[in-house]
Design a binder for this molecule. Structure first.
Ligand SMILES: N[C@@H](CCC(=O)N[C@@H](CS)C(=O)NCC(=O)O)C(=O)O
Length: 210
């Protein structure tokens, strides 16, 4: 299998961590949605990462779709429970966490690709409020040592990847003196070998201009 995308994307990274956790071998093509626009467009018309190219040649897009496929392949070892209230709980937490990543990407791009005076103050404020509310909700719902009881699930993987991305792009939204339970999850995650195997490389970044 080939995982396409850079690890500065929390969506690519949650797929990579999941693949490592399941001990599924893969290689990576760290294409950029900016520098490799044309090549990416052949894999996903929306020019978004991640994509996963299967041995059959079939290409899966969207981290949720890819993880659903990996979960089916791995069976009872899946990080997302197969059914019932436990599954709905993990999926709800993942939805808020990936939503936080969506808001982080939007807010970062709004600031990064505009001159200060061209940034929409109203949009900036709205995105900031949504991101803050998402992180606060997660802190409120969070258990210990893992989000749900004492077992790592896809909720933890997704939150760990979301928080490392927030720290990278918009660190003021995850200060060290707030969100104590989420800081524990973030620390636990980054100590795991599957997270260590999916660290962001020095070249995996966003260009200055579109
Ligand atoms: N729902 C998608 C979101 C993917 C996504 O937003 N990827 C970002 C990278 S962090 C991207 O490729 N953005 C480029 C763009 O939309 O132009 C998923 O879970 O995979």
């Amino acid at each position: 299998m080939i995982l396409v995308g850079q690890y500065d994307s929390p969506f690519v990274r949650r797929v990579a961590v999941t693949l490592h956790h399941y001990h599924m071998p893969f290689t990576r093509q760290p294409l950029s949605v900016f520098g490799d626009f044309k090549e990416m467009g052949k894999l996903n018309p929306l020019v978004r990462v991640p994509a996963l190219i299967l041995e059959t040649g079939e290409t899966l897009i969207d981290s949720n779709v890819i993880i659903d496929h990996l979960d089916q392949a791995v069976g009872p070892r899946a990080l997302t429970p197969a059914h019932g209230p436990e599954r709905r709980q993990v999926l709800r937490i993942c939805a808020v966490s990936t939503g936080c990543s969506d808001k982080t990407v939007s807010l970062y791009f709004e600031r990064h690709f505009h001159d200060q005076k061209a940034v929409s103050a109203a949009l900036d404020k709205r995105l900031a409020m949504q991101l803050k509310a998402g992180i606060e909700w997660l802190e409120h719902e969070c258990g210990t040592p893992w989000f749900i009881d004492n077992k790592m699930t896809q909720a933890d993987v997704t939150i760990g990847c979301m928080l490392s991305h927030v720290k990278l792009r918009l660190p003021e939204f995850f200060p060290s003196d707030k969100y104590p339970k989420l800081h524990v999850i973030a620390r636990h995650c980054e100590m795991m070998p599957e997270f260590d195997a999916a660290r962001i490389g020095a070249n995996e970044t966003v260009p200055k201009k579109l």
